[in-house]
Ligand binder design. Structure first.
Ligand code: NDP
Length: 485
């Protein structure tokens, strides 16, 4: 049977674009469909604009420190529209880079939505139907609202880059990556930030001591972080819906998901004035914006996978095996849509492993073990391997931990603290985990990650001469365990 293409990729994010390019370089005839902007979440509304906002937000504290170091600095206020203009130009440039990467690789681009019609057919929104020997689903994920009445009044991480002005007061709901990163970013930009997290400590799943220090530093920098707290009610006063003549808050009650989405689009996320919030601790407060950072869900809605043998899991994720293959042999899926490890570099690796398996005749499983990652809070949290809690459940360990005031901030009387921590197997001396809370922890954990992934022992860490004076030298100079057991 002949097909229009050897591979049809649905989704032009990091994973999909990489798989398309590499498959094409192997001689495959490849097409890719994207209904939004090429580059996907990471480039357009995630990692890249977020990191640029991290940089922008860090200058306020840096200017304060510069003054204390002896510089004469006259810091004005942050000009959000000026930054946003530059940000938008940069995103346009990057989108162009992604497009030329694909066209230079001879990948046919369809700038439209694609749905799976059957095991080998993709239906495009243009009305066209295209066949392919293999279909790769790389549609990513999207922010998930908490599902409470009036949550359409809040914004998500997708909306934050498009706000016409920075709010004076914002409530951030959630305690994960996105909530904590944006709490720090907006606080740095001068916004009055309140954060509600329903659990006992932010950043669930990370090392307890590291979470504790990030929480302490966020609070110290002025974020009003309320643990064990959630939103129980929110409404916008004096916001009347033109159709119903009722306040939007009342109009929204009992609406279907589609009606609510329509209402949200009509009123515009983030527009329309202050929002009144009642918290589970009984307090009420008014905010200019409410950011729901309450998780993300896989983008499988209306994708047509039900027309094939591919199965979806409870959260809507595409179920795949170790080779990213679904139960329908011609259909594969990679990246956040599979809800395995939702990180850009992992999606890229899954895309490469897919090409290796399908187009290079070299079946390659994706290695999901010991993936380093960083949360871009201020200070950052870099992590690889087991937390102290996970390791203790597995085997007896020695815990090496050093927490101290970094030289640069301590010199000017700041109370900032950093932490370097190694979890070491008592039986083998292998470093099972490393957790760093410090400025540039993301950069440090990338380097430590090489050693940990190679299975380095604590003795091997200690053989490495310290680089002095640095914060990271603590990683090779910690002599006695802080705790054992
Ligand atoms: P997370 O799953 O990390 O966090 C979601 C947060 O929302 C949790 O604190 C969760 O609480 C809370 N929550 C969920 N539902 C509700 C609710 N109904 N009411 C109140 N709180 C709720 O999701 P994020 O959106 O922050 O990030 C998604 C993924 O994106 C991450 O897991 C990560 O893989 C990726 N990412 C990576 C980044 C990086 O590498 N630096 C940056 C940003 C995102 P609870 O803990 O109680 O469940």
């Amino acid at each position: 049977m002949s097909f229009d293409f050897d591979l049809f990729v649905i989704g032009g994010g990091s994973g999909g674009v990489r798989a398309a390019r590499v498959a094409s370089a192997e001689g495959a005839k490849v097409a890719l469909a994207e209904d939004s902007r090429l580059g996907g979440t990471c480039v357009i509304r995630g990692c890249v604009p977020k990191k640029l906002m991290v940089f922008a937000s860090s200058y306020r504290a840096a200017m304060g420190e510069a003054q204390d170091y002896g510089w004469t600095v006259h810091a004005g206020s942050f000009d959000w529209p000026r930054f946003q203009g530059k940000l938008n130009k940069e995103l346009d440039r990057l989108e162009g880079v992604y497009r030329s990467l694909l066209t230079n690789s001879n990948v046919t681009i369809y700038d439209t939505r694609a749905r799976v019609k059957d095991a080998h057919t993709v239906a495009l929104n243009t009305g066209e139907e295209v066949t392919a020997k293999h279909i790769l689903v790389a549609t990513g994920g999207r922010p998930q609202l908490p599902g409470m009445d009036n949550d359409h009044l809040g914004i998500t991480s997708d909306d934050i880059f498009h706000l016409p002005e920075l709010p004076k007061r914002i409530l951030i709901v959630g305690g994960g990556f996105i909530a904590c990163e944006f709490a720090c970013i907006l606080n740095g930009m001068g916004v009055d930030v309140t954060q509600y997290y329903r659990g006992a400590q932010i950043l669930r799943g990370f090392d307890d001591e590291a979470r504790g220090l990030v929480c302490e530093m966020m609070t110290q920098k002025g974020i009003k972080l309320h643990l064990g707290t959630n939103v129980v009610e929110l409404r916008r006063e004096a916001d009347v819906d033109e159709t119903t003549g009722m306040p939007v808050s009342d109009a929204a009650a009992g609406l279907t998901h589609e009606q609510e989405a329509e209402l949200r689009a009509r009123h515009g996320a983030g527009k329309g004035g202050p929002i009144w919030v009642k918290a589970s601790n009984g307090t009420t407060e008014v905010f200019d914006q409410v950011l729901f950072a309450t998780g993300r869900s896989p983008n499988t809605g209306d994708l047509g996978l039900e027309n094939t043998g591919a199965a979806l899991g409870r959260r809507g994720e595409v179920i795949v095996d170790e080779y990213s293959q679904t139960a329908q042999p011609s259909i594969y899926a990679i990246g956040d849509v599979t809800n395995r490890v939702n990180l850009t570099p992992v999606a890229i690796r899954e895309g490469m492993a897919f090409v290796e398996t399908v187009f290079k005749g070299n079946p390659t499983k994706v290695d999901h073990a010991l993936i380093p990652s960083a949360v871009f809070t201020q200070p950052e949290l870099g992590t690889i391997g087991m937390t102290e809690e996970e390791a203790r459940d597995q085997e007896p360990v020695d815990v090496y931990c050093s927490s101290f005031k970094p030289m640069q901030q301590s010199f000017v009387g700041r109370e900032d603290r950093v932490m370097m921590k190694l979890i070491v197997s008592q039986a083998t001396d292998v470093v099972l985990g490393c957790h760093i809370v410090a400025p540039a922890a993301g950069e440090m954990i990338q380097m430590v990650g090489i050693a940990v992934k190679m299975g380095a022992t604590k003795a091997q860490f200690d053989q490495v001469c310290a680089v002095h004076p640095t914060m990271a030298e603590e990683l090779v100079t910690m002599k006695s365990p802080a705790r054992s057991g």
